[in-house]
Design a protein around this ligand. Structure first.
Ligand code: ADP
Length: 670
């Protein structure tokens, strides 16, 4: 076996490969960019080599730097992971030229599958079933249109050089064809510098089912069952599972044999995935072959009990495949959910930020978390915003799915918007439980998967309000510690208003909006309960705080939540969802409001963005005085009354701690 390998990747897959290498006693070398100097994969590897600046074009995609790092450290082989250089024929060739083993297929196989249309021609010759379509060299628009007319609409235009769902366009009638073709070509040219197109029959309710194949250098090949990756957004996978629901052993063998035929047609070696579209009537069509380890390989590992990275290393070293086809087991059912820093309510756009709190569910024989980040790490603009892959296993689909829901409800992340709630809704919705899968799943069940905003806000504000009032009561009884804790709601003198002893009013900032809350205390001591009015609704609430746990009873509905607090921003996790809130600066419009003199304090740690008036300025009540930014949200500090701003204690750009005095304010004589 190899003594030392280099991993030409980052994040979870680099960590994943290092784990197996360690298990096999192989030394590891990581490579890293400026942005990854403190990354987990670097810490895990035995050695690490800096290869350049943060943008991947200037580091992870630089073939000569990666090769130089391997030579410098004496690595005998390179594992490319997925993405980056993993399907780059030039890189594969450079490895060979430098006497380094590329842990992947031979260069010819990568080249054969590099173009979608060329791959289809090879598959056609090898009798692998294809979606009816045109994948010729002649790109005359009239010819493409004729092909579409002949096969009947709808059709799908695909960039032959495409990937990641880009450069694809559905055309529903002949009328749309010319315009659609022009648009698809523009997109392909921008994305891949190549606007050649293929035309395919568009299947309206297909499933994406792919076969994991493995071949060694001695001519043996096996398939390790299939994965269903039908749940997609923007043609990208969201939840994958194995085996595919409804695929019986007969269909599995048929698809597996076709996949092996595809692999043999290009003299494949190593781990590969043959993607098929599976139609409702059980026919399946070759889509493409990925010549690398896939993101979703763990679901196959869970049901077969095999370590596919170990298989890759053995095969690359020249060993025979560990199992024959008959020996490949299939046990139980596995799911993988991809946890992303992205906003499902904003077209799944990636978001960035610092993982200020990160608590994955506990790992055990049913739950596995593959990740490359730790609490405190940054999700930056430079790389894929995947935070982790959550993988679960159980003896059947129903049990495994229950585990997925539970594990998702235990996944706690703050510091940025993630898709965890969205995944939970998906995993627990009825159509998914019934495995009514096709690639249009998310669009079709939109209402079930996306939250009902208004209901959410009402219950979120009630829970947040209850938490803050309980925390305040708790801090009041331990006022010494409260004084030391700048973020305690007790110390938010400017954000709380006590009209009368038993009514509290303040504003809550939730999902970028401020919500006024009124909490009326009913009763005393043990019998205390509250009427909480927010977002147009009043609820009766009671609860108990136990460290970071909140036991809430809201209108008779009892639930438990966990709260984490960072820099004045609270993250509250319930079974169904996670929400982040903070106390906003209260609008002290009321004459009776006690505050109004002296210093105004920062509601949380943050940065001063701008000062809106000059020192010495006379201002009206409610005038905006300065803007602070914290957690990417802006907070305006306003004048509590008519008066004079005597002095600002900070300038724009200054960092301030929550609770610090911001300015000296003198109230005007009445
Ligand atoms: P990419 O390489 O850009 O990811 P693929 O060819 O792998 O593109 O297709 C991605 C997804 O697009 C598939 O998983 C499937 O959901 C959808 N798709 C592709 N071809 C068809 C087709 N002919 N009919 C219907 N859906 C398709």
């Amino acid at each position: 076996m190899f003594n030392k390998i280099l991993i030409a990747n980052r994040g979870e897959i680099a960590c994943r490969v290092i784990k197996t290498a360690r298990k096999l006693g192989i030394a590891t070398v990581a490579v890293y960019s400026d942005a990854d100097a403190n990354a987990l994969h670097v810490a895990m590897a035995d050695e690490a080599v800096h290869i350049g600046a943060a943008p991947s074009r200037e580091s992870y995609l630089l073939i000569e730097r990666v090769i130089a790092a391997a030579k410098q450290t004496g690595a005998e082989a390179i594992h490319p992971g997925y993405g980056f250089l993993s399907e780059n024929a030039e890189f594969c060739r450079a490895c060979a030229e430098n006497g380094i083993v590329f842990i992947g297929p031979p260069v010819g196989a990568i080249e054969a599958m590099g173009s979608k249309s060329a791959a289809k021609r090879i598959m056609e010759a090898a009798d692998v079933p294809l979606v009816p379509g045109y994948h010729g060299e002649d790109q005359d628009p009239a010819l493409l249109k004729q092909a579409a007319n002949d096969m009947g609409y709808p059709v799908l235009l695909k960039a032959t050089a495409g990937g990641g769902g880009k450069g694809m366009r559905q055309i529903w009638s002949e009328k749309e064809f010319d315009e659609g073709l022009a648009a698809a070509k523009r997109e392909a040219m921008n994305g891949f510098g190549d606007d050649r197109m293929l035309v395919e029959k568009y299947l309206t309710k297909p499933r994406h089912v792919e076969i994991q194949v493995f071949c060694d250098q001695l001519g043996n090949g096996v398939f390790l069952a299939e994965r269903d990756c039908s749940v997609q957004r923007r043609h990208q996978k969201v939840i994958e599972e194995a085996p595919a629901p409804g695929v019986d052993s007969e269909l599995r063998s048929k698809m597996g044999e076709a996949a092996l035929q595809a692999a043999k047609a290009i003299d494949y070696v190593g781990a590969g995935t043959v993607e098929f579209l599976l139609d409702e009537d059980g026919s399946f069509y070759f889509m493409e072959m990925n010549t690398r380890l896939q993101v979703e390989h763990p679901v196959t590992e869970m049901i077969t009990g095999q370590d596919l990275v170990e298989w890759q290393l053995r095969v690359a070293y020249g060993e025979t495949l560990p199992l024959s086809q008959e020996q490949v087991p299939i046990n139980g059912h596995a799911f993988e959910a991809r946890i992303y820093a992205e906003d499902p309510n904003n077209d799944f756009l990636p978001v960035t930020g610092t993982l200020s709190f990160l608590q994955p569910p506990e790992e055990n024989s049913h739950v596995r978390v593959d990740t490359g980040v730790l609490q405190g790490d940054e999700v930056s603009v430079f790389y894929d915003p995947m935070i982790a892959k959550l993988i679960v296993w159980d003896e059947d689909r129903e049990k495994a799915l229950r585990r997925l829901g539970k594990a998702l409800s235990e996944y706690r992340i703050s510091g940025m918007t993630t898709n965890v709630d969205f995944l939970y809704n998906l995993a627990t919705c009825e159509p998914f439980q019934k495995a009514e899968l096709d690639t249009g799943f998310i669009g079709k069940h939109h209402e079930k998967i996306f939250h009902d905003g208004e209901a959410d806000i009402a219950s979120a504000t009630a829970l947040a309000g209850l938490y803050l009032v309980l925390r305040r009561a708790q801090d009041a009884t331990t006022s010494v510690s409260a004084q030391r804790d700048a973020n305690s709601p007790w110390n938010f003198s400017n954000a709380w208003r006590l009209n009368e002893p038993h009514i509290h009013q303040f504003e809550l900032e939730l999902m970028g909006q401020n919500y006024p809350i009124v909490i009326e205390q009913l009763g005393e001591g043990c019998a205390v309960s509250y009427n909480i009015t927010a977002a147009g609704k009043t609820v009766r609430a009671q609860g108990k705080l136990n460290g970071s746990e909140l036991y809430a009873d809201i209108d008779g509905y009892r639930s438990r939540a966990v709260i984490a607090e960072h820099d004045g921003v609270y993250s509250l996790y319930t079974q169904e969802s996670a929400l982040q809130f903070c106390q906003a600066q209260i609008d002290l419009g009321d004459e009776n409001a006690g505050a109004g003199e002296g210093a105004l304090t920062a509601p949380m740690n943050g940065t001063i963005v701008t000062l809106l008036v000059e020192a010495g300025a006379e201002v009206e009540q409610d005038s905006a005085l300065l803007v602070m930014e914290a957690m990417k949200m802006e907070h305006t500090i306003r004048a509590p009354a008519k008066g004079t701003v005597k002095e600002f204690y900070y300038a724009p750009g200054d960092l301030v701690e929550g609770g610090s005095d911001l300015l000296d304010f003198e109230k005007a004589e009445a």
